[in-house]
Structures are given as structure tokens and as C-alpha cells.
Design a protein around this ligand. Structure first.
Ligand SMILES: Nc1ncnc2c1ncn2[C@@H]1O[C@H](COP(=O)(O)OP(=O)(O)OP(=O)(O)O)[C@@H](O)[C@H]1O
Ligand SMILES: [Mg+2]
Length: 256
């Protein structure tokens, strides 16, 4: 059988503060194939962001392995890790753009870090801005753009070094439903046209249903259910998935 592209094995993350000890990730195991769009769903505090931060080692796991393309990245030296991070793009709920830089310069930033020659970086950033539909906004500043446009810039920036993996932490939570739809379509295009494997955190089953092929449900630091998105949506087995789904149903019923 083909090995998974990403394999998370017995991953634990403990936080210590003021002599208190908190287990944010409890023996997490997950397999992700190349080209998958995996949704990680769970309530607030379930450990979703902690998990995604461990995946590019923004947070150091307490124990366990993260094997990507047959290599355990938790064993990488700092230099190897810096290089490896070019393979991973990340986008956030609050867009995290540099306010003092214009849009073009935001997209050029990761290319500067990778020491790409300036002219080449500019050309690449311009192409990416065109690809996300913002060619005419290159000289604007983040504050002059709508939320949806800022997230498009963040996606262009995340793609600058042609990553194989994209991590999205609540990428559409700050957007209205029509803008959410258009950003999810853009992320779908990243997955299909560029072949980028995606791990997407969301509170929302409706976001997962629009874009993910697989989902994993996280509850109090544990994976309590995984499966194809259609399977988990139609017959959730865990209490956590059932609670999230019924909450989504209540919101829809109340809205009608
Ligand atoms: N640096 C830290 N020190 C101590 N506890 C932390 C730290 N970071 C996160 N936690 C705790 O770990 C748990 C998981 O946090 P995390 O941010 O991963 O949740 P989440 O699922 O992303 O929640 P949300 O949906 O609200 O973003 C929470 O209880 C949080 O308080
Ligand atoms: Mg979070």
C-alpha cells in the first residue's frame, strides 16, 4: 500500500504554566494522502490550532512524530527546518498581512526570505496576484482592501514558494457567507490546479462540506472520528461530531 504523504504519529502537546499542566493534544494519529483536503473540525479549545502549529513546528510537540514525504520533521536541524518550511504555506483567520508593505511587497516577502533575486520575485508575485484576481491592487496597502481581498493576498503570499502543503486556520471565519464561498473556491483551485495538499481548520461542517474530501473531528485534544466528509456528515459516530452537526442544524433552522 502507498505510504501517506503526511503521517502524524502519537503526537502529544503539553503546556506548562504556573505549575499547571495541560494536555492540548493527546496521542493524535492521522494519515493524509497527497492531494487530500483534510478538514479538522472541533469546538473552541479542542486543540485545532495547536495541531496545525505543530505541523510546521511553530509549536514543538512534546512527543510523537510528524512524517512528511518519508522524513520525520521533528528531527530536523534548524537549518533544514528553515528550508523545509518553504514547502508549507499558511493562512490565518485575521489574514496576518504586513500593514506597512503594499500588496505586491507582501507577496514578495517569502521570496525575499528564500533569497530569490528581486526581479524574479517581483515577476512571480505579479503572476500570483493575477492568479488570485488582484492584479490591479498590487500597489494598494492591506487597509485599503476588503477582508476577502486581503485573504486572497494572503493566499498568494502563501503560494509564493510553491508549497506542497497549505495549512489554513479558520481562513474564512472572519468573512461573510458569499465571500467565504469565493475564498473556498479559490482554495479548491489551489488544490486542484496546483496539486497542493491542504489541512483546513474549521468550526463549521458547512465549510468542510464545500471543500474537504476527508475530515477529522478533534475533541479535548483527541481525534474522536475520521472519515470521508460525506460519511461523517451523514452518519456521525462520535458525540463531538453529533453535537457540532446539531448545533449547525439549529443555526440553520433559527436563520430560517
Ligand atoms: N501557549 C499556551 N499555553 C497554555 N495553554 C495553551 C496555549 N496555547 C493553547 N493552550 C490551550 O490549549 C487548548 C487548545 O487551544 P487551541 O488554540 O489549539 O484550540 P482551538 O481548537 O484552536 O480553539 P479555537 O477554535 O477557539 O481557535 C486550549 O485549552 C488553550 O487554552
Ligand atoms: Mg484556533
Amino acid at each position: 500500500m502507498q505510504k501517506p504523504f503526511i503521517s502524524i504519529e502519537n503526537l502529544c502537546k503539553h503546556y506548562h504554566s504556573d505549575e499547571r499542566h495541560f494536555c492540548a493534544l493527546d496521542n493524535v494519529n492521522l494519515s493524509i494522502n497527497q492531494g487530500d483536503v483534510l478538514g479538522i473540525i472541533g469546538q473552541s479549545g479542542a486543540g485545532k490550532s495547536t495541531l496545525i502549529h505543530c505541523l510546521n513546528l511553530l509549536e514543538r510537540p512534546t512527543s510523537g512524530k510528524i512524517i512528511i514525504d518519508n522524513e520525520d520533521i521533528t528531527q530536523f536541524s534548524d537549518a533544514k527546518l528553515r528550508n523545509f518550511r518553504h514547502n508549507i504555506g499558511m493562512i490565518f483567520q485575521n489574514f496576518a498581512l504586513f500593514q506597512q508593505r503594499n500588496i505586491l511587497s507582501n507577496v514578495m516577502f517569502p521570496l525575499e526570505l528564500a533569497k530569490t533575486p528581486k526581479e524574479q520575485a517581483k515577476k512571480r508575485a505579479e503572476e500570483l496576484l493575477e492568479w488570485v484576481g488582484l492584479k490591479d491592487k498590487a500597489m494598494r496597502y492591506p487597509s485599503q482592501l476588503s477582508g476577502g481581498q486581503q485573504q486572497r493576498v494572503a493566499i498568494a503570499r502563501a503560494l509564493a514558494n510553491s508549497p506542497k502543503i497549505m495549512l489554513c486556520d479558520e481562513a474564512t471565519s472572519a468573512l461573510d457567507s458569499i465571500t467565504t464561498y469565493s475564498i473556498l473556491n479559490l482554495l479548491k483551485k489551489v488544490n486542484i490546479e496546483l496539486g497542493v495538499t491542504m489541512i483546513l481548520i474549521t468550526h463549521s461542517f458547512s465549510v468542510a462540506a464545500q471543500i474537504c474530501n476527508k475530515v477529522a473531528v478533534l475533541d479535548k485534544g483527541k481525534i474522536v472520528e475520521t472519515g470521508d466528509v460525506s460519511e461523517v456528515l451523514t452518519s456521525p459516530k462520535s458525540n463531538a461530531a453529533q453535537t457540532l452537526l446539531s448545533a449547525a442544524g439549529n443555526i440553520i433552522t433559527q436563520a430560517n
